[in-house]
Design a binder for this molecule. Sequence first.
Ligand SMILES: O=P(O)(O)OC[C@H]1O[C@H](O[C@H]2O[C@H](CO)[C@@H](O)[C@H](O)[C@H]2O)[C@H](O)[C@@H](O)[C@@H]1O
Length: 404
Amino acid sequence: MDMSSSSPVITDPAAISPPLLGGMSSNLMPFSVMSGGYSGPSMSVSVSRRQIEEVIVNGLLDAMKSSSPRKKHNLAFDQDNSPDDDPAYSAWMSKCPSALNSFKQIVANAQGRKIAVFLDYDGTLSPIVDDPDKAFMSPAMRGAVRNVAKYFPTAIVSGRSRKKVFDFVKLKELYYAGSHGMDIVTSVANSEHGTEKLHPLNTTDQCKEANLFQPACEFLPMIDEVTRTLVEVTSGIEGATVENNKFCVSVHYRNVADKDWKTVAELVKEVLEAFPRLKVTNGRMVLEVRPVIDWDKGKAVEFLLQSLGLDEPENVIPIYIGDDRTDEDAFKVLRQRNCGYGILVSQVPKETEAFYSLRDPSEVRLMTLLPCDGVPQFPGEMEETLATMKKMKGEDGNLFLVLA
Ligand SMILES: O=P(O)(O)OC[C@H]1O[C@H](O[C@H]2O[C@H](CO)[C@@H](O)[C@H](O)[C@H]2O)[C@H](O)[C@@H](O)[C@@H]1O
């Protein structure tokens, strides 16, 4: 798809309207292009289409490079440095403190209010692994989430398809929002929390079904088509894989050699030129192609709170735990509503709208084991319990304490 030979010279920003830019999310556009290059009608700089494409691909590439920062490696000991050794991480923690260390305060603020729990899946409940099909959550984590759901309405909000994330989590008592919140089911009266309860297995995958909320329903054929095209064009790139998540598609480059990342960016950009109603955002070493609709994980959280009858900010404390950029939309909503807490899972400092942080899924599990209902699940002072638990990490990085 080399368009350079026939490309005209462009001097008018309107001339680069969709499809060339329509498929690129604004958060992937390099700032200099938006602010400097095409800032107004008086601009007279001539820019070739090729140069514009180069800038777009480079913007995408920069986003790809920064999408999943690696922990610093300590060459002397051939091991990753702990965040404890990193002054930048410690400085960041003063802005985004550990949710574990702030747990007493969180519980104190929640007194007399209902808690609703929202959990991202990859990187939050399961460790990040090379093969997306093997991102299993540990039985211990499953037990912890099951326990949380006994006390609080609990939802999984994932970029995966709803079916796939359910297959990993396997807990019928939870609510599930798949495809970055574009696939939600609310159904079946449930007495436990006095709300509607989702039963993912009792539903079919048809948009017309009354208990399904699928705001991107009309995009299904387009997503299938773009998936096929992406599979085809990336087939020659070693390590690249394409995952159909029903209302969005993931192009994984975690296992692609760095030298080929630019090619991945170029190919995705080229494919999206034919799909101006789709955009691309980036997650942890993944390019996520999704419909250009005003819907995201933040909107999904608002939708779920409303459908579950938990839409009173003064009476409800939503807690959202996630590790990725798409989770920022949910953190933002909680900040704007001035209720609840976003908790970012990260081992490196990141720009975030979250209030608190946790380092990894093992700390997420630790959090779920704490006595949110005021009834301690473990003997002794919470600090002592925490200190002990922190030392008890199993081989998979998850804690192996078993709930009583
Ligand atoms: O919203 P999430 O539940 O966090 O889903 C976001 C993406 O997660 C998965 O990809 C990520 O995890 C993989 C397994 O650990 C890893 O290999 C990949 O590099 C990560 O980006 C999932 O495969 C994607 O489809 C989701 O969009």
